[in-house]
Design a protein around this ligand. Sequence first.
Ligand SMILES: Cc1cc2nc3c(=O)[nH]c(=O)nc-3n(C[C@H](O)[C@H](O)[C@H](O)COP(=O)(O)OP(=O)(O)OC[C@H]3O[C@@H](n4cnc5c(N)ncnc54)[C@H](O)[C@@H]3O)c2cc1C
Length: 374
Amino acid sequence: MKEFDYLIVGSGLFGATFAHQATKAGKRCLVIDKRAHLGGNVYCENIEGINVHKYGAHIFHTSNKKVWDFVNAIVEFNRYTNSPVANYKGKLYNLPFNMNTFYQMWGITTPAEAQEKIEEQKAEALAALKGHEPSNLEEQALTLVGKDIFEALIKEYTEKQWGRSCKDLPTFIIKRLPVRFIFDNNYFNDKYQGIPIGGYNKLIEGLLKGIETRTDVNFFTEYKNSWHDIAEKLVYTGALDEYFGYKLGKLDWRTVSFKTRIESTPNYQGNAVVNYTSHEQPYTRIIEHKHFEMFGAEVYNIPKTVISEEYSTEYKEGMEPYYPVNDDRNNALAEKYRYLASQENNVIFGGRLAQYKYYDMAPIIEQVLNIEKF
Ligand SMILES: Cc1cc2nc3c(=O)[nH]c(=O)nc-3n(C[C@H](O)[C@H](O)[C@H](O)COP(=O)(O)OP(=O)(O)OC[C@H]3O[C@@H](n4cnc5c(N)ncnc54)[C@H](O)[C@@H]3O)c2cc1C
């Protein structure tokens, strides 16, 4: 008999949840990760007593009660509600677009006035098209929300994200731009949201409690050719193309880089997320991490704060692969790799890297909870 039922490559939410469920079902698991820590991209680094989201801000949200009950049974979640603010040339606007935003933009106070204003501007954009379909992101967005919202809150922010003019970006990037004619700054429509009390590391520690783990271990250098000797099956959550030695070519990614620093003030921006929607700042957002877990007067219990500026960055070798690129070349290549993956015996390809697909945290957990037999 082999030492383990499963060798699990990657200790992110897919690997950790899989290990948890398989162990509960009586299986023996070994979890390895090439990084020096467990947790994948939800890992937090403690700086000045603040949990800093090292791989980008993570806000848990779901409408799936099964997933919500599952994570809360591991660690209780707090009441954090994502309500980002946009800063355009020094003026602040609430997001997502709602009655607060419309008041800040036009001084109007009723839903009827806001609807009228937006409809008027949408009509102007449609008239300018003279019967043609929108041919780029700029035209598309103008027909969806009109010029004032587009110019202050979408145009330059999107250009920073993509490094290209909105006139040169395809329409499919923005299919819908929801507007709310109520005073509601809650970004997500989901029933449940929050952050684990004590941070995401608590969630990962809880999932992996009692399970053998090894960090600083790269599957390709230590186990690729020998995993059969120690485990019946492999769960692989690393990059899909890397597993196959890139033999069909490399998949592209988009990435974000972070400049994180300590500020000597207890409260830098009064909110976890502030989007900078003009070209005046080179970054797209500033995250102030303490606001994910400290509320009201608690913010002042720690005299310092930690902030991260986020920069949209072209992906290069050695950077963190964050978002798959869903263009024709990459979709077709990923499909070919997925076919190869389906031909591998006793290997489960799970998670965002191995499926080459963007998933929020809750759907990743849901996938594992839906596995009927381990
Ligand atoms: C910038 C950013 C912000 C996000 N914000 C949110 C959010 O607010 N809300 C939300 O719900 N979701 C968010 N997500 C999505 C969330 O991060 C993913 O759903 C989640 O990380 C997926 O977990 P995973 O296990 O698939 O991948 P990961 O967390 O990436 O875990 C994969 C692990 O595999 C390891 N690994 C890879 N290759 C090897 C190898 N060869 N050998 C050993 N180990 C290896 C890696 O080191 C890593 O630890 C965000 C994603 C990004 C990129």
